[in-house]
Design a protein around this ligand. Structure first.
Ligand code: C2E
Ligand code: MG
Ligand code: MG
Ligand code: MG
Length: 282
């Protein structure tokens, strides 16, 4: 019953701090055992260009909780970060994503696709991050130039020189970097200039009300100009309507990700969607 009533039920069952602490510990334990039991999986969301061609995908983590069912990342990533469990979890994501990417090289429908993987601040901060990514790439045989790592602005505040050094080391073997949720953080323009980035991702909160909120529209258009002047590519996330895409295109944003083109789906569904598309053409 608690499950069907949704998140608000927690307040009812859980008015005291003590309960919260126990729930938190339980949740952390659940994450721990779910890593072992392989209850996590990756979903894939397509990214398209202005011709409607698929150019890439983003891997998005999903948790099949044994009792609660599917749990969205926003509900468990913060806890995984606080408990340090994001490290083993992030390791798993990277291995899984690179294995899939390596497999994609063998099929004409997936050959050219890039695969973007979200990296959390804690992962980036670990001293062996670069080595881990490199060894995962070589063990799986993934093409590093098809692997894109998504970082967020908040990560950059910590130790910018260390971040730049790590990014450079991976860039040297072909890995690319996107700055996720761009516009929601606090990165200064001078930082942005120094980072070896390839792409800015316009945060979906600016895309959502693009057609009605002129401030959001101005911000989106400014991000596109900024990307241009920094010689970075720019992609909009959260594109749900064709009119949003058209307006973004008028600003010069020619890459898109959102429900308009496809929801995040399991690998099996993603592959099936590629084949359906192919069949429609032939
Ligand atoms: P994100 O990286 O910014 O991912 C985009 C989010 O927008 C995804 O939410 C995606 O499902 C959602 N989305 C895509 N298209 C649309 C759309 O048209 N409309 C709307 N309203 N939403 C759309 P999701 O999958 O719930 O992931 C949430 C966040 O969790 C991600 O935001 C990312 O920050 C984090 N995350 C996901 N997977 C991983 C992971 O493997 N590692 C880490 N560290 N974080 C992850
Ligand atoms: Mg992302
Ligand atoms: Mg994002
Ligand atoms: Mg986000």
């Amino acid at each position: 019953q608690a499950k069907s009533a949704g998140r608000n039920t927690y307040r009812f069952f859980n008015p005291e701090m003590q309960t919260k602490v126990m729930e938190y510990a339980e949740f952390a334990n659940d994450i721990r055992s779910s890593i072992q039991n392989k209850d996590f999986l990756l979903y894939y969301q397509v990214q398209v260009n202005h011709h409607g061609e698929r150019v890439g995908t983003e891997a998005l983590l999903r948790w099949m909780h044994p009792v609660k069912g599917m749990v969205r990342p926003d509900e468990f990533i913060p806890i995984a970060e606080e408990t340090g469990l994001i490290i083993p979890l992030g390791d798993w994501v990277l291995v899984e994503a690179c294995q899939v990417l390596a497999g994609w090289a063998a099929h004409t429908l997936t050959q050219g696709l890039t695969l973007a993987v979200n990296i959390s601040a804690h992962q980036l901060r670990t001293h062996d991050f670069v080595e881990k990514v490199k060894s995962t790439i070589s063990k799986t045989g993934a093409d590093p130039s098809k692997l894109k790592l998504e970082i967020t602005e908040s990560m950059l505040l910590d130790d910018i020189d260390d971040t730049i050094e790590k990014m450079r080391a991976l860039q040297a073997i072909g890995v690319t970097f996107a700055l996720d949720d761009f516009g929601t953080g606090y990165s200064s323009l001078s930082y942005l200039k120094r980072l070896p980035l390839d792409q800015l991702k316009i945060d979906k909160t600016f895309v959502r009300d693009l057609l009605t909120d002129t401030q959001d529209a101005d911000i989106a258009s400014t991000i596109v100009s900024l990307a241009k002047s920094l010689h970075l590519s720019v992609i909009a996330e959260g594109v749900e309507q064709e009119d949003q895409r058209i307006l973004l295109a008028s600003y010069g944003c020619l890459l898109y990700q959102g429900y308009l083109f496809g929801r995040p789906v399991s690998l099996k569904e993603f592959m099936a969607s590629l084949e359906t598309f192919e069949n429609q053409l032939s």
